[in-house]
Ligand binder design. Structure first.
Ligand code: ATP
Length: 327
């Protein structure tokens, strides 16, 4: 068992792109940790640098008490699962799972016993003799995870682990991954650009932009108190309302606004969007558009004038110049 300490880490590609920029981060032992951010923010590069697949240009990566910055990937005791699973197509599920043990020269009966036990734990027991081409996407996913788990690494690194699955399988795999991680208590870092996935799965999230961390916190902290307007825009299935008011920007989530006799915003209902159990209402308030969420059976008519308000604790203020949360 081991946490990960990242200190002053930069990863610069030969073309000069500084994909990870002087980054500090402590990932705790046994934590399920998400690296979240838009395309190109450097999250995959950070994961690959932890794994040793990219070299650090400056700074250090430690796993447990060992500084691993100069160690090759095979000596870091990390297992990485890629977006495309990278199972060996000519090997059976059992052979795929046992592969890391075979490479290490572990005795064959132990290889087999580990493959059977790990596959059983991941509901793959009946599929041990199949090849990857004969598995569904979700089954391939689980086989790749089983291989990583069987490698008995200290740290599991997952690059967009659920991205190839359809919406329903994705939800299933999400629950499964969380349960598995809890059982194994394995320090796990996963990369995602999907904020809903990060919020649902992670113990803590680092929101990244341009090679740096914008905010580090629990899903609740990141959702309820985004540290700046970048994070406020990025997190949440409906974007936060960000409304200029003098030197500050007022930020309030659509979920926290409710119709009231008096309140923060008054405007004319212009759009009503069905979100399932709830609806997102857009108010035209002069120059600003304000969104708020209502139960689907309380949808207002288009053209109605509505005032909405939120509890004071839910109304955030951001500095107009820096975009930072005013505390
Ligand atoms: P995505 O979600 O699209 O995978 P990401 O957040 O994982 O994005 P990275 O893949 O880490 O981002 O890329 C970070 C930056 O480094 C980007 O500007 C990208 O263009 C650049 N980059 C990535 N790989 C290389 C490479 N091999 N050589 C040069 N530049 C690279």
């Amino acid at each position: 068992m081991a946490g990960i300490t990242i200190a002053g880490l930069s990863t610069v590609y030969p073309n000069g792109v500084r994909a990870v920029d002087a980054l500090d981060l402590d990932i705790l032992d046994g934590e399920l940790f998400a690296l979240l951010g838009p395309s190109g923010c450097g999250k995959t590069t950070l994961l690959r640098t932890i794994a040793g697949l990219e070299g650090a240009s400056a700074g250090d990566v430690s796993i447990g008490s060992r500084v691993v910055t100069r160690l090759p990937p095979g000596d870091r005791r990390v297992a990485m699962v890629f977006q495309d699973y990278a199972l060996f197509p000519h090997m059976t599920v059992a052979e795929n799972i046992a592969y890391p043990l075979r490479v290490r020269g572990v005795a064959k009966p132990v290889q087999q016993e580990t493959a059977v036990r790990t596959a059983g734990g991941l509901s793959l027991g009946a599929l041990l003799d199949r090849r990857p081409g004969q598995l569904s996407g979700g089954q391939q996913q689980r086989a790749a995870l089983a291989r990583a788990v069987a490698a008995s690494a200290e740290v599991l690194l997952l690059d967009e682990p659920l991205s190839n699955l359809d919406a329903r399988l994705r939800l299933e795999a999400r629950t499964f991954l969380k349960k598995l991680q809890r059982e194994l208590e394995l320090t796990t870092v996963f990369v995602t650009h999907d904020q809903a996935e990060a919020l649902a799965l992670a113990d803590r999230i680092a929101v990244m932009d341009a090679g740096r961390i914008r905010q580090l916190g629990t899903p609740r902290e990141v959702f309820q108190r985004p540290a700046d307007t970048f994070v406020a825009n990025f997190i949440g299935s409906t974007p936060m309302n960000l409304v200029p008011r003098g030197a500050e920007i007022v930020g309030v989530r659509p979920e926290y606004l409710k119709p009231a006799a008096e309140g923060l915003f008054t405007g004319t209902v212009s759009i009503v969007e069905n979100l399932g159990v709830t609806s997102l209402v857009t108010l035209d308030c002069g120059e600003d558009q304000i969104g708020y969420v209502v139960p689907e059976d309380e949808e207002p008519e288009i053209g109605t004038v509505v005032t909405v308000d939120a509890p004071p604790a839910r109304v955030l203020r951001y500095d107009k110049e820096t975009g930072l949360l005013v505390r």
